[in-house]
Design a protein around this ligand. Structure first.
Ligand code: BG6
Length: 500
């Protein structure tokens, strides 16, 4: 099974019947993402007749009460989608519920066991939508309860730990029960349509690979901006911050896909072997360069689309020194990227929701003509991950018509909405089906997670000894001015699109 999936294509790949047990089934992730994702796969005919979705959490509820909870949540989180009661009734025939405290050694596992199929050849999946600190005990307990069938798979949500040490502990504890090839560590960015496309774009177009290196590329920018704040998740978020919550996983995975060497094939481990080489080549950010290579920020009150929004501190209920914005300058010390920095940036309560990768090519060697009063713009490839998925190759062209050599900077534009009519399944739809099929290519291997933490830990250590105060930025902006200054020191600037 290769690392690319075709779930959204008209020819859906078949899956065999499976049982999936969702721990933490009454929680936000399960109700907002997992059950709706399974519903969509069912609607597309991808959940075989005999499959079961068994929710479990500490709350006691009947199967019917859980089905109703799942339906109410679906309607709340997906208000634009029409689901009638009959349709839901057919789907929810697959749904069951067993209340139990899976962390307790004397929990009663019988109700869960009864709901699962005895057929040991049926694929069994355990999805831990739980805090990582209890992954180990849940794995041990479900094993002791005799629920781990041959070939059972376990799915772990991020964050795996909060630093290298705790990630290692989690991996050891889970690894004591499940073998690595049965462990599916989710980074939901790997399930996004446009993220999957990065491999296709880079390695299936002969134009790009020859120029994809430090000889031709000046630098790379990866921006994942969110307009939402920490809101109801502030108490979790305050233990993490933007570096742990977004960079250690999502942004570093994007960086790997942009920077890795061509894999020999699309097998899961071939791709993961290439990604880990990138992580190992990342130059550590330490106390010596922390001030030049990182910027931390936190949002204050501001306005988004004309609406006043509160500060992070007031959402949290007290002041905090956790970062809701981070910008980094990463260097990859290998042959391909020597001298070409990767600037990463992510934040909450930014001006707009926008995830983009910008490949900025070097300036032309000799300028024949420049726009009046302006510099000649470099060629840029803008890969828009979300929303408005697409790609733009920004080129300098001659403004048509008389009047001399007037230059215009215009995009060669591929908009997914215009070019393709497909519905893009949510990342979790693809990831859940990939678990059932055993496609590990869309998941993080243990060494990847630990290598990413090693790099992030060094930044966290350097921050803890750095007296620079956290920079405040108004909600609804592009983050603190210091992030622009970081690039300015290198004579570069963030590319936020052409002024409109
Ligand atoms: C999650 C983070 O992993 O990704 C959240 O914990 C963040 O803080 C979310 O909001 C962003 O995901 P997406 O798919 O909306 O870009």
């Amino acid at each position: 099974m290769n690392g690319l999936e075709a779930d959204s294509s008209p020819q859906l790949l078949p899956v065999n019947a499976f049982d999936i047990v969702v721990f933490g089934a009454a929680g936000d992730l399960a109700l907002r993402k997992l059950i709706p994702a399974l519903f969509h796969r069912w609607r597309d005919g991808q959940i075989p007749e005999n499959s079961k979705i068994v929710g479990t959490s500490r709350a006691q509820m009947s199967d019917d009460e859980f089905r109703q909870l799942a339906l109410n949540s679906f309607r709340k989180f997906h208000p634009a989608e029409k689901v009638d009661d009959n349709e839901w009734a057919s789907f929810s025939g697959h749904i069951f519920y067993a209340g139990l405290d899976a962390t307790s050694a004397d929990a009663n596992w019988a109700p869960l066991r009864e709901r699962l199929d005895d057929d040991t050849s049926k694929q069994r999946v355990f999805y831990l939508a739980l805090p990582p600190g209890i992954y180990g005990s849940v794995c041990q307990n479900l094993d002791k309860a005799g629920l781990k069938s041959d070939g059972a798979r376990i799915v772990l949500e991020k964050p795996i730990g909060k630093n290298l040490e705790t990630a290692h502990e989690v991996n050891e504890a889970v690894g004591a029960v499940f073998e690595e090839h049965s462990i599916f560590r989710i980074d939901h960015y790997l399930g996004k349509e446009t993220v999957q496309n990065l491999i296709v774009l880079r390695f299936m177009n002969s134009l790009l690979e020859p120029v994809w290196n430090a000889n031709v590329i000046d630098h790379v920018q990866i921006t994942v901006a969110e307009s939402i704040g920490a809101g109801g998740r502030a108490s979790y978020y305050d233990t993490a911050g933007a570096l742990r919550d977004m960079v250690q996983n999502h942004l570093m995975q994007l960086l790997c896909l942009v920077a890795m060497e061509p894999p020999l094939d699309l097998e899961a481990d071939t791709i993961r072997d290439e990604k880990i080489k990138v992580l190992r080549a990342l130059r550590p950010i330490t106390a010596e360069n922390i001030r030049h290579a990182t910027v931390r920020g936190q949002y204050e009150e501001g306005a988004l689309q004309g609406e006043a929004v509160p500060s992070y501190a007031s959402e949290l209920g007290n002041s905090s020194s956790i970062e809701t914005f981070v910008a980094l300058k990463a260097n990859i010390d290998n042959w391909r990227w020597k001298g070409t920095p990767f600037y990463l940036r992510t934040g909450k309560r930014m001006r707009e929701r926008r995830s983009e990768i910008i490949i900025q090519f070097k300036n032309v060697a000799h300028t024949l003509a420049a726009p009046e009063g302006d510099q000649l713009q470099p060629t840029r490839l803008v890969i828009r991950l979300q929303p408005d998925e697409g790609m733009r190759l920004m080129l300098v062209t001659k403004d048509p018509g008389p009047g001399g050599m007037r230059l215009r900077y215009v995009p060669l534009n591929l908009s997914y909405a215009d070019a393709f009519s497909a519905r893009y399944p949510d990342a979790y739809e693809r990831l859940l089906m990939a678990v059932v099929r055993g496609n590990l290519g869309l998941f993080m291997r243990r060494d990847e997670v630990e290598a990413a933490w090693k790099w992030v830990d060094s930044i966290l250590d350097a921050w803890s000894g750095d007296s620079t105060p956290i920079h405040k930025y108004a909600a609804g902006t592009d983050g603190p001015a210091q992030a622009a200054m970081m690039l300015d020191r290198d004579n570069r600037e963030w590319f936020d699109g052409l002024p409109t």
